[in-house]
Design a binder for this molecule. Structure first.
Ligand code: FAD
Length: 400
């Protein structure tokens, strides 16, 4: 009876285990995770759960009994410390050796950390785990003055939650605007304005360089009153295990389009995987929920020897205040030469399209629903579009 081991009791890992059983795999499945929790989803941690609207139980991928019912050997609080490829086994922090026939790495990513005077103080907080979210929610209760390092997704979602809790918030961002690297200046400005309209103070072009109780000092020498500093400066892939085992890594574990690493018995999915995407024509590491949700099952089928090709249009969503949006594609600066809009930007009900050479490479629907599949189809088709039809809300997207 073969044993499939999954390292990382995460969304991607749990979905891979589920798919293995759905596909009829009747061997042993061992799911190992550092955290003391069974697999859970992280998006609510900076939104509904942080706001206190979602119950703890709602974040988990499966009900507590699911793992035993499906004969999945979930071991929480166990860190894999090494992969011995010569004997096909992983070594754990508990001192055990777990042999595998196939191995899946879903070890995710870890927040980048600040390192400056005061950065190790308890008032400097990060957001990755459910405990981090609990800590932040509790801290917001006292309505502290909050400084946020980083105007990326985590920083801005946390900002929205802090404002909703009544905290004054200052966001420090070394770039000249919000979300520059994620969606470029055009749409970044719209998000910054949204936050400004909720009373958020931005300090662009400045980074935090020191924290003292009650104070953040910025790279411009400014003193920003802050009882709490929340850090959202990006995440790095947890690929050390793979590197130590001699697998090829580079901004994550390198895989082909079937999520196979350079070892045919080892696979990777989710935030940790830097995978060749045939649709895009290059390798990409995507730190988004949908990539974990869909990549885990694809990796599972690949482990079973099924012919799979993982070529998703990257997908991301966010909720901030009353704004909900979905984004398809990767609209990073340099990948597009034009941004076009359909709908009303001033009332925050619109679709933005990023185009390159007349083709849609990414699209974002803001407070407009049931169109993201159509946007993804446009991207996937890679065809030239007529801009006047693309921006005309009377023409359904499939007919553009
Ligand atoms: C606060 C927050 C909000 C987010 N909001 C959104 C959103 O709105 N929309 C969106 O698209 N995406 C969002 N994301 C991103 C999304 O949650 C991630 O892309 C997703 O969680 C990645 O899942 P994963 O399965 O790859 O790994 P992870 O969720 O990172 O889980 C990996 C797990 O592996 C464990 N692990 C690591 N190393 C080892 C080891 N050696 N041994 C055992 N276990 C190990 C880790 O402890 C962790 O539990 C958000 C992320 C965060 C943190």
């Amino acid at each position: 009876m073969p044993t499939f081991v999954i390292v990382g009791a995460s969304l991607a890992g749990a979905k891979a285990a589920e798919t293995l059983r759905d596909e009829g795999f009747d061997g042993q499945i061992v799911l190992l995770g550092t955290e003391m929790e069974r697999p859970y989803e992280r998006p609510p941690l900076s939104k509904g759960y942080l706001l206190g609207n979602d119950e703890r139980e709602s974040v988990y991928v499966h009900p507590a009994g699911w793992y035993a019912e499906h004969d999945v050997d979930l071991r929480v609080g166990v860190t894999v410390t090494g992969i011995d490829r010569a004997v096909s086994a992983v070594l754990t922090s508990a001192g055990s050796i777990v042999p595998y026939d196939k191995l899946l790495l879903t070890t995710g990513a870890s927040p980048r950390r600040l390192n400056f005077p005061g950065s190790d103080r308890p008032e400097v907080l990060y957001l990755r785990t459910v405990q981090d979210s609990d800590r932040l929610r509790a801290a917001f209760q006292a309505r502290p003055r909050v400084a946020v390092a980083g105007a990326g997704w985590i920083g801005l979602e946390t900002t929205a939650a802090a404002r909703s809790a009544g905290c004054p918030v200052t966001v420090l961002e070394p770039q000249p605007g919000a979300l520059q690297e994620q969606i470029g200046p055009e749409l970044g400005t719209i998000f910054a304005d949204l936050h400004r309209s909720h009373g958020v103070n931005f300090r662009f072009g400045e980074r935090a360089v020191e924290f003292q109780p009650g104070l953040v000092i910025t790279s411009a020498g400014a003193e920003v009153p802050a009882d709490l500093l929340v850090v959202g400066i990006g995440a790095a892939p947890n690929d050390e295990l793979a590197a130590l085992a001699g697998l090829e890594v580079g901004n994550g574990v390198l895989t082909d389009e079937a999520l196979r690493t350079t070892d045919p018995d080892i696979f990777a999915a989710g935030d940790v995987a830097n995978s060749f995407n045939p649709l895009l024509g290059y390798r990409v590491r995507v730190e988004h929920w949908a990539n974990a949700l869909n990549g885990g099952p694809v990796a599972a089928r690949s482990m079973l020897g099924q012919p799979v090709v993982y070529d998703p249009v990257p997908y991301f969503y966010t909720d901030q205040y009353d704004l909900g949006m979905e984004c398809a594609g990767l609209p990073t600066p340099g990948t597009y030469d034009e941004v076009a809009y359909r709908g009303d930007r001033s009332s925050l009900e619109f679709i933005a399209f990023w185009l390159s050479g007349g083709k849609v490479v990414a699209g974002m629907n803001v407070n407009v629903w049931d169109v993201n599949d159509d946007i993804q189809s446009l991207i996937r088709s890679a065809r030239q579009v007529d801009l006047s039809r693309l921006t005309n809300p009377d023409i359904p997207l499939p007919e553009v």
